[in-house]
Design a protein around this ligand. Sequence first.
Ligand SMILES: [Zn+2]
Ligand SMILES: [Zn+2]
Length: 361
Amino acid sequence: MNTPYQILLYYKYTHVADPEAFVKWHKEICEQFGFKGRILIAHEGINGTLEGLTGHTEEYMRLMHEQDGSEGTFGNFSDMPFKTSPGTVDGTAFPKMKVKVRKEVVSLGLERYGEEDIDPNKITGAYLEPAELKKWYESGEDFEIIDMRNDYEFKVGHFKNSVNPKMDNFRDLPKVLTESEQLQKIKKASEEGKKIVTVCTGGIRCEKASGYIMKKGFQNVYQLHGGMHKFMEQFPGEDFLGSLYVFDNREITDFAADKGIERPVVGKCDVCQTTTEKYTNCANIECHLKMLCCEACLTDSIDEAKQLITELRNGDDQTKEREDEALALEKILQVAKGFVFCSDECRECVGMKAGKVVLAQ
Ligand SMILES: [Zn+2]
Ligand SMILES: [Zn+2]
């Protein structure tokens, strides 16, 4: 795919003295260059992803690398790695530009447990470069890979033999870590010398996740430097199975198709288990959980919902209750992409006692 646009993904944990001023500086640049995306800035650092015309993104990277921590700069970003991938054909990966000040650029929500936040400058896993991980795979090294992303991200692609803690949200990690027998077993193995590697999309979540599991007693902890993104850039179609979920309108990217490399598809429809890489959201707007759903199931679910509406409205026993149900269904059809629910609770939540609408397994 040929496109004049490029997408950048980047982060760095480094002290930012004045996040507000850095946000202001960013807003001006983003507007001047017509960037779209999302940038979070905190005292602990920066986390950003944006799309722009390639010349402009290059200029932005240069301007950021000029920030070297000296007088008059916002912090030391001179060595900040940027991950790049081809943008959309028309620059529509993101709906708008958001630049915001945050308390943390990535949150484990540890304050809920009365715990202090993880500072990756003090505790974090050792960096493992993509080439090193590749070598581990090839030499049959004894190690465990823990995927620190959410379950819906894992579904469409992941590292060979990796462990999925099945989180709905990154903030679930503290809970999952205590409750998962599998993770506790891995912890024990790590105490006996086994190597542990944490992985995520671009590496930022692992900075805290690897530090957190170390704090909880895991030994020999590494984090994949630059994340799956960097690994796939270097080794497209190898060891990472499927495609990479990304937080923009592309939804997935694979680094292989551009280079004419074949790769496996591992995503499966949550409803019928057919191979698919299409995402939809739980039709309960309050839940909105990302699910994989094939084209056929999506169409079927909508048809079924329409039929249900007709049935609710026809018939001699018209009640207000039936009409309310029909209206609820119609409302969802207007906003949701499909008509699939992640659970019975979600289906009941929208008042569908008729229960015919497709439910994921
Ligand atoms: Zn299906
Ligand atoms: Zn749901």
